[in-house]
Design a protein around this ligand. Structure first.
Ligand code: SAM
Ligand code: SF4
Length: 356
């Protein structure tokens, strides 16, 4: 297993070619977010709840203790944080969780985000369970695209993976998204050996039949869940498997995310692979994450964070928030060190905490 990215020991000496011309004394360009490796941050993933109506085995423990209500950012606080980021040049915002659509009044927030000038790309990641109700209002609110998690098409297996979920409800949600006007909806499938690897072909066929994109995700070692080693499958293995059934042609397309895409000629469907283990995407990272409790994580795979909640609740003005966000660029690491061969979790929080 190898990472393609070479990790510099220290930031490149000369960032003149990377950075926009206006520089503050700290080396951060005024009005934009650029980290010490010269990467411009234009994408924020905002988790609006740690709660979920599923308990996917790779994401959560069976017994989860969720945050008390007052430890979670209010929707007004979420909006304020988003506004400050947009003022700093962020143009893409993904609403995630937990399951964002189980948060009461999530639509209140999304409708307001949909009107923020400069926020060109408001998107959401959902497990699909509530989409039959919410797809139309989300589309009306200006959400551009939806990612929907789907690891299996089989009801029994779906219940086993999610511990609670009903696949038919999710399938109705996928249909509702299309009926509401969403295009290029993307399925996210976590690859698990012995669990869903016999369905990868069927899932791609489902994507083809329903004019969806699909991304296969290498399982990441987040949270204390044992037995990941045995279920890990690399993107390359899955791509080889799919190539026996579908003609996959490499596509240079970039959706602004870590996925590398292949196309199936004669269709609009893109097949993506998100490969934190085997094709590390850190060198072009353009994003940060905000947890439901208001922590800014510059990297999904590291434990350093900045506490925005403290600032939000201190009575400080937006300038303090802005400054804290700009300062966080100084702790954004070059990359993560995920390894599927470690039994102990490398990052102690669950994906539902940080937002996938
Ligand atoms: N509840 C929503 C959903 O399931 O789409 C949004 C949040 S979920 C944490 C976001 C994505 O993270 C999902 O596609 C899920 O499959 C993925 N995910 C969760 N835990 C993961 C892990 N340990 N490794 C890789 N992907 C994971
Ligand atoms: Fe919930 Fe999404 Fe995590 Fe599954 S992956 S438990 S749906 S937050």
């Amino acid at each position: 297993m190898h990472n393609e990215t070479l990790r510099p020991e220290s930031p490149p000496d000369d960032l003149a070619g990377f950075l926009p011309p206006l520089q503050s004394p700290t080396g951060v360009a005024e009005g934009t977010l650029v980290d010490k490796y010269g990467r411009r941050i234009t994408y924020v993933r905002l988790s609006i709840t740690d709660r979920c109506d599923f308990r996917c085995t790779y994401c959560m423990a069976e017994e989860m203790t969720f945050l008390p209500r007052d430890a979670v950012m209010s929707l007004e606080e979420c909006l304020r944080v988003a506004q400050v980021f947009v003022g700093l040049g962020v143009s893409k915002l993904r609403i995630t969780g937990g399951e964002p659509l189980v948060r009461k009044d999530a639509l209140w927030l999304i409708e307001r985000l949909g009107t923020l000038p400069g926020l060109n790309n408001l998107v959401i990641t959902s497990n699909g369970s509530q989409l039959d109700r919410y797809a139309a209002p989300l589309f009306a609110a200006g959400v551009k695209r939806i990612n929907i998690s789907l690891d299996t098409l089989k009801p029994e297996r779906f219940r086993q993976i999610t511990r609670i979920g009903d696949v038919n409800k999710v399938l109705r949600g996928i249909a509702a998204a299309r009926a509401a006007g969403f295009r290029r909806t993307k399925l996210n499938t976590v690859m698990m050996r012995g669990m869903n690897d016999d369905e990868f072909v069927d899932l791609v066929q489902f994507a083809l039949d329903n004019e969806l994109d699909i991304s296969f995700i290498e399982e990441m070692p987040l949270g204390d869940i044992h037995g990941r080693n045995s279920s890990y499958i690399s993107s390359d293995e899955t791509r080889n498997l799919l190539s026996q059934r579908f003609e996959l042609t490499p596509s240079g397309e970039d959706s602004g995310g870590p996925a590398r895409y292949w196309r199936i000629p004669g269709s609009e469907t893109r097949v993506g692979f998100i490969s934190p283990h085997t094709h590390n995407f850190c060198d072009s990272c353009n994003r940060v994450r905000i947890t439901a409790r208001g922590e800014l994580y510059p990297c999904l795979g590291q434990n350093d964070a900045v506490n925005l909640m403290e600032i939000l609740r201190s009575g400080a003005d937006d300038q303090a928030l802005r400054q804290a966000i700009m300062d966080s660029m100084g702790i954004k690491p070059f990359g993560h060190d995920f390894s599927h061969q470690m039994e102990t979790p490398q990052v102690v929080r669950f994906m539902s905490m940080t937002g996938g």
